[in-house]
Design a protein. Structure first.
Length: 131
């Protein structure tokens, strides 16, 4: 039996208030997968990906709900990546045709990498030592 917090008396009905929520589903089979998500603010997205013999690709299409002073509407990202013998290469393009790329190489616990993101108008070069 539910009780009224203020009076301590039993309530006859229950009310559940939901102000925000997220919903998602995904399915994977073999070398491919697909996923869908949406939320209470109107954001939603769909992603499809496939990977075969160290080469993969993905396409993400999503909608951002309207926000003050922020870009909104339909967006997409397409990506292609490859990994062979410790070397990795990743290329992507977005709805504004801005290219991004990363390249890296693993030598034991040392990862050497470089990348550029046209959306951020900058890149990075570095090394990471893991032990």
């Amino acid at each position: 039996v539910l009780q009224d917090v203020a009076t301590g008396k039993p309530k006859k009905t229950a009310t559940v208030a939901t102000t925000s929520w997220d919903l998602g589903a995904s399915y994977a089979m073999g070398d491919g997968s697909v996923a869908f998500a949406m939320d209470s603010e109107g954001d939603m997205g769909l992603k499809a990906a496939v990977s075969v013999a160290g080469v993969g690709g993905s396409l993400t299409i999503y909608n951002k709900a309207e926000e003050a002073h922020k870009k909104y509407g339909m967006f997409y990202d397409a990506a292609l990546n490859a990994a062979v013998n410790g070397a990795t290469l990743s290329l992507s393009v977005n709805q504004d045709m801005e290219l991004s790329g990363k390249i890296g190489y693993d030598i034991g616990g040392l990862n050497i990498y470089a990348g550029y993101d046209a959306d951020d108008k900058g890149g990075n070069v570095g090394a990471k030592l893991s032990f």
